[in-house]
Design a protein around this ligand. Structure first.
Ligand code: DGY
Length: 323
């Protein structure tokens, strides 16, 4: 086979771009301009491998209209809800992702959000920057304790487990988890997590609810007005999973009404748009999808894609095959 043609849809860390360019006929996106649907369509018919990421929506319509040459989508990221994997399956396109390497950093952001929102770190920092901080006072800038509280995890894959471990070992938190499948006893023992078979019970019992389930149609608006109303009025919602898992408008209403105490969000349904209703609220911490955003992690993600491409083009099953 001639040297495979590969497209990276976004700019990646230099080390990985160099590594891939030495091995394949690679088209880079040095200016990091977001490809539109037409560019994605044309890429699918002119490259052997397209390496998209969370910002590239590869719907069934785009895949079906354009697929022809592309054999593999080497996704840069663990979540693949932006790709219609059922269409890929029908069209015989392999899809891979990048698990493991971003587990720890994403769990760090979940913990960051818990601490920031419970301790009022975002609102406090805004006071200083806006020159409205009136100084220390016994009843000023009061937050809520994190240590020893109950953390309820929805989804208990790698990132959920890593978050449990940090929260349990680091802050002595009691951990509950809801998941379609109960984890092995050794994992429960290691993370201190207790299985909660009913989502409603987990919502009612937790001081922090942290989302770690996949996005996509199956979990769209899993956290809606009704489920928010089941949470404690003193509880906090954390989302480092996918924006669509939360009904953002219902969340804004719940935050305004005091149905829950606060929220920490790293992901949004229509990124990079953040609903105006959330922007004006002091009891929500808003981060710009930072989960995997360290140079070390982004490099490791790229090398993970490289490993998948290498085994695919060697005729093997790639280690991180999703479809
Ligand atoms: C992922 O890997 O799915 C992240 O959300 C992108 O950092």
């Amino acid at each position: 086979m001639s040297i495979p043609r590969i497209l990276l849809t976004r700019r990646w860390p230099d080390e990985v771009q160099k590594y891939l360019s030495e091995r394949y006929d690679v088209t880079l996106n040095e200016r990091d301009v977001l490809p539109g649907p037409d560019e994605l369509r044309s890429a699918l018919s002119s490259y052997d491998a397209v390496c998209p990421t969370v910002t590239d929506k590869l719907s069934a319509a785009i895949l079906e209209a354009a697929a022809g040459r592309v054999k593999i989508l080497g996704n840069y990221g663990v979540g693949v809800s932006h790709i219609d994997t059922a269409a890929c399956q029908r069209l015989g396109i392999t899809v891979t992702n990048t698990p493991d390497v971003l587990t720890g950093p994403t769990a760090e952001i979940a913990v960051t959000l818990m601490l920031m929102v419970a301790r009022g770190a975002g609102a406090g920092e805004r006071e200083i920057r806006n020159h409205t901080w009136a100084g220390w006072g016994p009843m000023r800038n009061l937050g809520a304790d994190v240590s020893g509280r109950t953390l309820g995890l929805i989804g208990f894959g790698r990132i959920g487990q890593a978050t449990a471990l940090k929260a349990h070992r680091g802050f002595g938190m009691r951990i509950l988890y809801f998941s379609s499948r109960r984890a092995a006893a050794e994992i429960e023992a290691h993370t201190g997590a207790v299985y909660c078979p009913a989502l409603e019970a987990l919502l009612a019992e937790s001081d922090f609810v942290s989302l770690h389930c996949p996005g996509g149609a199956v979990n769209r608006h899993l956290i809606d007005a009704r489920r928010l109303s089941l949470m404690k009025r003193t509880a906090f919602l954390i989302n480092t999973a996918r924006g669509e898992v939360v009904d953002e408008r219902a969340l804004a209403r719940a935050l305004r009404a005091g149905t829950i105490a606060g929220a920490g969000l790293d992901v949004y349904e229509h990124e990079p748009e953040v609903p105006a209703e959330l922007l004006g609220l002091e009891n929500v911490v808003l981060l710009p999808h930072l989960g995997s955003a360290t140079l070390e992690t982004r490099t490791a993600m790229g090398m993970r894609v490289a490993r998948n491409l290498a085994s695919f083009f060697a005729g093997e099953v790639p280690p991180d095959r999703v479809v």
